[in-house]
Each structure stands twice: as structure tokens, then as C-alpha cells.
Design a protein around this ligand. Structure first.
Ligand SMILES: Nc1nc2c(c(=O)[nH]1)N[C@H]1C(S)=C(S)[C@@H](COP(=O)(O)O)O[C@H]1N2
Ligand SMILES: [Mo]
Length: 357
């Protein structure tokens, strides 16, 4: 499947199809970086097909395949199980794609495909233990209720995890977001949340869990969501979120083009940094290429973004502000977008153009 022909890259203007995708899949406005927990209505969205119609009363989660006991669980039955809440920063693997040139024709995120919520649900491991995995179990497949075409192939949105990744205690079957019932656009009545991994792993509108003894070869697993230097390569699967950071753009924006105007004097810059591969250890902030360490807020949990701040003495003129984070694995954000054929994993340092008056 990896040899499948993909769409050719684009240099220049956005296509009508990209604008359509961008209108359906809203991003988080960068000023919402201020909230520790992104209000549900400001949380970014990525919906490949249509939001499916699901009747929560008739709905059941089916668990089958290589298990000792097949399960069929209602929402009430899941709600009666021991619940857990985890604060998680989700980021779309395609975040930043729209800044690369040439770019891959898909959702043209600039940098707003990231948000943080508190997700409540049942640990996936509890349900899998209840079903009892057979010795031969290799992949756990999660099937959503949504269906469509990509690259000419009709499929249901389905993704898999290997058994050790699925059994991590913080991987949840989620029915509530920020303390309220899950909204239709975020996967109601039940979704998977895989903390630390790019968003594609967190399957929404979950209907069926299937345990298999082979490597799952669905479109969203085996064809899409791979880092590739060149088209046609097998590639490396997207998993953990790369270290990344953003700032709230200071001052006030222009309606068309969003260039910032800032008053001269002391400006407090605030932002967030996150990584799926260890805690954020350092954030640096730069004005016109002069880097300095920012001050980190207290960590907000192993899977949530961390606040940072820096003071800027803004002098009259045009300036470029940037930020970059380093995580516990030693990874640092690159200054330019790392190359990837389909535009995944762009954690290149943010650029904010401002005019100080
Ligand atoms: N069933 C299903 N699950 C899905 C998707 C989808 O299109 N269908 N999109 C995935 C992608 S690519 C991302 S980034 C996250 C986005 O979750 P959110 O819309 O709740 O922010 O959901 C993931 N789960
Ligand atoms: Mo995504």
C-alpha cells in the first residue's frame, strides 16, 4: 500500500479544496493559548469525512477478534467502570503543513492545530483485560463510525496500536471533555485518547475494537501518517508529538493579513510549549534573531503543555519574534520547517511579524 500514488505537491496559492478543508476543520485561535484548558468550542478540529450520526442510546462498543470474551458495552456500563481524567495536549500531525513549500494538498494548517483538554473515561487496559487478550494478539484496531474515500480507496476511519502501547494506563476510552459530555465534533459518544501521540491515534466515534495477530494495514495506518522524505517511500509511522511551542501574538492584528501592531515599551510575551517525548525543559524567545531563555511556569502534567513567559522591551520599528522549545529527550525545534513530503511533524519555530509604534 505504501507505493500508492499520492497527490502532487503545490507551490503557490491555496486550492479551493484546501480552503474547504480549512473551513470545516477549525484551528485554535492563538490567543486561546492563554487558557490552561482550551474551552471545548475553541479546541481545534480535524474531521476527515462527515461527523457521523450516532444514537447514543442504541450505541454499543463491541470488542472482538482474538479475545477470550467478546464484549458489547453500553455507555452506561462504561460510565459505571472506574473512571480516570487526564490532561492532554492534542496536536494534529499535519500542523504546520501550510507553511511548507512545496506543500502537500491537504488540511493547510499554519500552526493552530493544537489544543489542551481534560479527558475523562475508562482506561482502555481495563476493557481489554475484561475481554482477555489471546497470546497471539499483536495489534488492537479501533474502528470509527465515519466513512469516506482517500486516494480512491473507500474506508472507515480506523487506526491501530500495538499491545504495549494500547495497555499504557493513561490511554483512555473517553466520554467527557473538560467535565462535560463529549460533543459531536469531538467523537461523541465515545473516543479514544492516546496521550503524547499526534491526534490521528485518538479515534473518534469509536464503535468497535478488534484484536488481530497481524500488522493492521488500513489506509489511515499503513498509507497515511508516515514521515517520508520522498513520495513512494515506505516511511516512518507518525507516533509521538515532536517538541513544539507557540506564543500569543502580542498587540492588535490587522483584519486582513493579521500583521501585529504593538505599543513601544515593556511587553509581556506568553506562550505554551509541549512534547510527546518527555517534559519541556527549556524555552527560548528571540527578537530579530537574538535568543534568550524564557521563564517556565510549573509543569501541568506529563501530557499537557507548559506555560512560558518572557519580557520584551519593544523599540519602535519592524521586528520578528520567535520561540523554540527543548524537551527532556534533548530534541530542539528546528528554525526552518523540517522537510516531509505530505507535511507531517512540522515543528519549525514560530515567526510573528510585529510593528512597534
Ligand atoms: N473517527 C475519526 N477519528 C479521528 C479523526 C477522524 O477524522 N475520524 N481525525 C483524527 C485526527 S487526524 C485528529 S488530529 C484528531 C482531532 O481530534 P479533535 O477534532 O477532537 O481535536 O482526531 C483524530 N480522530
Ligand atoms: Mo490530525
Amino acid at each position: 500500500m505504501s507505493g500508492q500514488k499520492r497527490r502532487p505537491p503545490i507551490v503557490g496559492r491555496y486550492l479551493r479544496q484546501e480552503v474547504e478543508l480549512a473551513s470545516r476543520n477549525s484551528g485554535m485561535p492563538l490567543e486561546a493559548l492563554r487558557y490552561d484548558l482550551t474551552p471545548a468550542g475553541l479546541h481545534y478540529l480535524l474531521i476527515h469525512f462527515d461527523i457521523p450520526e450516532v444514537d447514543a442510546f442504541a450505541w454499543r462498543l463491541r470488542v472482538g477478534g482474538l479475545v477470550s470474551r467478546e464484549l458489547s458495552l453500553s455507555l452506561d456500563e462504561l460510565r459505571r467502570m472506574r473512571a480516570r481524567t487526564v490532561r492532554v495536549t492534542l496536536e494534529c500531525a499535519g500542523n504546520g503543513r501550510g507553511q511548507a513549500s512545496p506543500r502537500y494538498p491537504s488540511m493547510p494548517w499554519l500552526e493552530e492545530g493544537v489544543s489542551t483538554a481534560e479527558w475523562t473515561g475508562v482506561p482502555l487496559s481495563a476493557v481489554l483485560n475484561e475481554a482477555g487478550l489471546e497470546k497471539s494478539a499483536r495489534d488492537i484496531v479501533f474502528h470509527g463510525a465515519d466513512r469516506g474515500f482517500d486516494g480512491g480507496i473507500e474506508h472507515t476511519y480506523s487506526r491501530s496500536l500495538k499491545v504495549p502501547d494500547a495497555m499504557r494506563e493513561e490511554v483512555l476510552l473517553v466520554y467527557a471533555m473538560n467535565g462535560a459530555p463529549l460533543l459531536p465534533q469531538h467523537g461523541a459518544p465515545l473516543r479514544l485518547v492516546v496521550p503524547g501521540w499526534y491526534g490521528m491515534a485518538s479515534v473518534k466515534w469509536l464503535e468497535r475494537i478488534e484484536v488481530i495477530d497481524t500488522a493492521f494495514d488500513g489506509v489511515q495506518q499503513a498509507l497515511s501518517y508516515h514521515f517520508r522524505q520522498a513520495a513512494g517511500e515506505k516511511g516512518v509511522p507518525c507516533t509521538k508529538i515532536r517538541v513544539n511551542s507557540l506564543m500569543v501574538p502580542p498587540g492588535i492584528p490587522d483584519f486582513f493579513g493579521r500583521r501585529r501592531t504593538v505599543e513601544a515599551g515593556d511587553v509581556e510575551i506568553f506562550g505554551r510549549a509541549w512534547s510527546g517525548d518527555g517534559d519541556v525543559k527549556r524555552v527560548e524567545f528571540a527578537v530579530d534573531g537574538a535568543w534568550q531563555d524564557a521563564t517556565l511556569d510549573a509543569p501541568a502534567g506529563p501530557y499537557a503543555w507548559r506555560g512560558w513567559r518572557s519580557r520584551w522591551r519593544a523599540a519602535v520599528g519592524a521586528h520578528e519574534l520567535r520561540c523554540r522549545a527543548t524537551d527532556a529527550s534533548g530534541a530542539v525545534q528546528p528554525l526552518e520547517p523540517p522537510w516531509d513530503v505530505t507535511g507531517f511533524g512540522n515543528n519549525g519555530a514560530q515567526r510573528v511579524e510585529v510593528v512597534v509604534r
